[in-house]
Design a protein around this ligand. Sequence first.
Ligand code: SF4
Length: 400
Amino acid sequence: MSGGEDDRFGSSSLRANDADLADAAHLWKSAYVHIPFCAHRCPYCDFAIVDESVEGNGDHQRYVDAVVREIEMETSFGPLDAVNFGGGTPSLLSPGRLEEIVGALRRRFGFHSHTEVSLEVNPEDWATGTGENLRSAGFTRVSIGAQSFDEKILGALGRRHGADAGAEAVCSARAAGFRTVSIDLIYGHPTETARSWAGSLDRALDLPIDHISTYALTVERGTALSREILAGATPPNEDTQAQRYETFCEQSSVAGFDRYEVSNHARPGHACVYNLSTWAHGEYLGFGLGAHDHRWGTRARNHQRLDRYFDAIDAGIRPRLGFEHLDVDCQERDRFMLGLRLAAGTPMSEFVVRFLALPEGKRLLESGLIVATGDRVVVTQPMLTDAVAREALSVSSHDC
Ligand code: SF4
């Protein structure tokens, strides 16, 4: 295959959990664009958002102009293999405004013919013609925040759409010709039953999708959900969530999806390029409120307050809150810890060899939580990946 959008995968049948694909992703270049606006705050969410129900209508055009100016200030990088619009709720912006940002990225850094341009979409923002307009704006992939196909769970999560809206957005996106259509699902709400989760899964796996991201509901400090639990409501149960995850992995595998990262599953040829690149410690630029960068051995992050972000842009400077330079040891440690999330595992490096020779590394090997196979280390129980990464962090020789 040559010159087509499948070149990046070598072949459209290349499995998402292929080790060569994960290693190739280390060299891909990406950009992330953060759109902070939300129509309201979901009760479980602690993200830094601009809640339009509290703060009035967000000034979308001012924000788009600022992001475009930030892109124009950037030095050379690219061409880009992937662009991801996340949030917040990026689909609150009109396709025309989103296109202004896509155009700025294309002009400044260049795209390949295969560049993935992905957008997170809330189902209630999807209307007749949305798919076609987003395709015209340059998007090749949509990730639809369905979260559940059980009306009661959607209500408990504080979502503003019904189950049918999620399914209709998926079918409409498929008809509009996106290369990849993905959905997000949340499992493990205290009111969820095994039957409810099974029903949601059945409906999800019947839809014309290529990719699924699943997340366990977590209780973050300061959220409405955490206040409810402090007041006596039942918290999510970790053992139940582990069962739900296992059920999901089994059923999605039967339906033809490969798990390539703890939370991400795809049909062959449909791994998310941006996801793979970031978990493989590839380089990426971040634009917008609170966005992060990683490139040239440096991590950087933007202001998290909208007024400070606008002030910096108005003054003609990058809206940076801070930088960290990473030496080679820190970079190897970061790549190891991120790569633990990948089903293909993480490649050996001097840092990994040293870690595996330490008591903490030996303990993980002996417990079977990780296996070292030739030139890779793989976590055997994906839901315990964070615990494994904490061990690696605890023996780091210095702060990174
Ligand atoms: S839509 Fe997403 S980002 Fe916005 S409040 Fe809800 S969970 Fe948070």
